[in-house]
Design a protein around this ligand. Structure first.
Ligand SMILES: C[S@@+](CC[C@H](N)C(=O)[O-])C[C@H]1O[C@@H](n2cnc3c(N)ncnc32)[C@H](O)[C@@H]1O
Ligand SMILES: Nc1nc2[nH]cc(C(=O)O)c2c(=O)[nH]1
Ligand code: SF4
Ligand SMILES: [Mg+2]
Length: 245
């Protein structure tokens, strides 16, 4: 290492191995690195403990090297896919961590809403872009989203994942998918019972989420939207709103 101090990364939690519960990598064993802080504040965010600055005393500034030690220990030094999530991990300096892990044979997948583009997106193995539908209360900046795609260039595998709560969200997902016909699209039924940030054991209305999942399946089949993949949050089915799984 040179004497230059590496930029610190704000970390909310590091956990695993568990399985990736969502989208294109569903079912794949993974270690999560969840960063703290987000430029959005979705009405139904299920990870407010990594978003709300009231919880920033639980976030720890760590160097890429310190994070790497945790990932290596949790994975028993056996290479796997590391999932970078948050908060918005795109607002953190994650390039050196990705570089370090790649040297050891690990892969990296990033989940972001597509509001902030970074040049290190091109170093990822998988980029999951999850633009936020109307029910979130957020407005999508499609120029910023396009900048994320441009940064990723041809390198990582890219997927679109849209959370759907209602008909307006579904229409948004259809329009987003139509705008990016080359991206595989994943639809995820919204969890209307996300945990309050200090109660990660709060009950989930699984029946309600499953009803929304069935409604979504009906929508895509009735519309003959045969490119869409409809998937639940598998970790929520297995462990409810529990944190660190
Ligand atoms: C917590 S976010 C963190 C990464 C990034 N900020 C983002 O939103 O993509 C990870 C994923 O969880 C999804 N998500 C958050 N709250 C949810 C909820 N209540 N129901 C279903 N999915 C949710 C987000 O849309 C995103 O796809
Ligand atoms: N198992 C598991 N899968 C996930 N997929 C996305 C998650 C997230 O919170 O970003 C998540 C999570 O927290 N746990
Ligand atoms: S963008 Fe992601 S982390 Fe940020 S508030 Fe929305 S769902 Fe939560
Ligand atoms: Mg989550």
């Amino acid at each position: 290492m040179s004497g230059v101090r590496e930029a610190q990364i704000r970390v909310s939690e590091i956990f695993g191995p568990t399985i990736q519960g969502e989208g294109i990598l569903i079912g794949l064993p993974t270690v999560f690195v969840r960063t703290g802080g987000c430029d959005y504040r979705c009405s139904w965010c299920d990870t407010l403990h990594a978003v709300d600055s009231a919880y920033r005393d639980q976030w720890r500034p760590m160097s890429a090297d310190e994070i790497w030690q945790d990932v290596a220990r949790l994975s028993g030094n056996k290479p796997l896919t590391v999932s970078l999530s948050g908060g918005n991990p795109a607002i953190q300096p994650l390039g050196p961590l990705i570089e370090r892990g790649h040297r050891e044979g690990y892969r990296f997948a990033l989940e972001t809403q597509g509001s902030v583009a970074k040049d290190w997106f091109a170093d990822l193995d998988v980029l999951v872009l999850s633009p936020k539908p109307p029910s979130s209360g957020m407005e999508t900046d499609w120029d910023a989203f396009d900048a994320c795609l441009a940064m990723a260039a041809e390198r990582p595998q890219i997927a679109l994942k849209v959370v759907v709560f209602d008909d307006r969200d579904y229409a948004y997902a259809r329009a987003a998918a139509a705008g990016y016909p080359d991206l595989p699209v994943y639809l995820q039924p919204g969890n209307h019972t996300p945990p309050p940030p200090d109660d990660d054991d709060a009950r989930v209305d699984i029946d309600g989420v499953m009803d929304r999942m069935l409604w979504l399946v009906d929508k895509v089949t009735e519309d003959r939207w045969f490119e869409a993949r409809v998937l639940p949050q598998l970790h929520v089915l297995l462990w409810g709103n529990k944190r660190g799984v």
